[in-house]
Design a protein around this ligand. Structure first.
Ligand SMILES: CC(C)(COP(=O)(O)OP(=O)(O)OC[C@H]1O[C@@H](n2cnc3c(N)ncnc32)[C@H](O)[C@@H]1OP(=O)(O)O)[C@@H](O)C(=O)NCCC(=O)NCCS
Length: 200
């Protein structure tokens, strides 16, 4: 991956990120996680990997567009996953609303899939709201298929679809994910400081 002047940085989520992460969570989700859930995941769950995508240089946001500059926060989005046994699970994925539609969400999904592959997952799954057509389309792009419908899964009573993709014995898929990850990191000018993804 060659990134001459990186705009974004991908790195492991740290304790200092939690206030911003929780604020994005509240902006994005109807049932946001409490701070303690992130503390538990990043400090006490050895099977979990959480990543944040941050803006490196606020002055460069002009390249994207001016309104983002005014409301710019360094933390743009995040993704979280864990692998238990041979089952990987994507627990969260979110991008600030003003940054959507530029493949940054897709990039974060690829980070999680790559991590699951390098952690030895055979399958990777996640839950998504039945009404969340945008996310479902993103997951379908990476071959996640509907396994079941979880009745009343969310606190407001909405159902979830449980989606899954098989990554074991699927070298074409793994190669495609890796190739796309590298292409997007380069196109989007993302510097990857996250140790876990360096070999991805
Ligand atoms: C889901 C989310 C991460 C996508 O991120 P994004 O940066 O906006 O999306 P990208 O620009 O990377 O687009 C990637 C793919 O997502 C899908 N997508 C993105 N925006 C879409 C839209 N407005 N309508 C339909 N599909 C869309 C498409 O499949 C797209 O690929 P394609 O154009 O080649 O078909 C982002 O919308 C988000 O944070 N949403 C709120 C939180 C959420 O729903 N998280 C998932 C919980 S399960």
């Amino acid at each position: 991956m060659s990134v001459d002047t990186p705009l974004f940085n991908l790195r492991a989520m740290e304790g200092r990120d939690i206030p911003s992460v929780v604020s994005v969570d509240r902006q994005v989700f109807r049932d946001p996680w409490p701070e303690s859930a992130y503390v538990q995941e990043i400090y006490f769950n050895p099977n979990a990997h959480y990543f944040v995508l941050e803006l490196l240089d606020l002055t460069q946001v002009r390249r994207w567009y001016e309104p983002r500059r005014r409301q710019a926060s360094r933390l743009i989005g995040f993704v979280g996953m864990r692998v238990e046994g041979f089952r990987g699970h994507i627990s969260t994925l979110a991008l600030r609303a003003e940054w959507r539609g530029h493949r940054l969400g897709e990039f974060l999904l690829l980070v999680a899939i790559n991590q699951a592959i390098s952690d030895g997952a055979h399958v990777l799954g996640l839950e998504v709201r039945v009404s969340n057509a945008v996310a479902q389309r993103l997951y379908a792009k990476y071959d996640f298929e509907r396994q079941s419908q979880l009745r009343g899964y969310y606190s407001d009573g909405e159902d979830a679809y449980y989606l899954q993709v098989r990554v074991e014995d699927n070298p074409d898929y793994c190669a495609r994910v890796k190739q796309r990850y590298e292409a997007l990191a380069s196109d989007l000018q993302v510097k990857c400081s996250a140790r876990e993804t360096q070999g991805a």
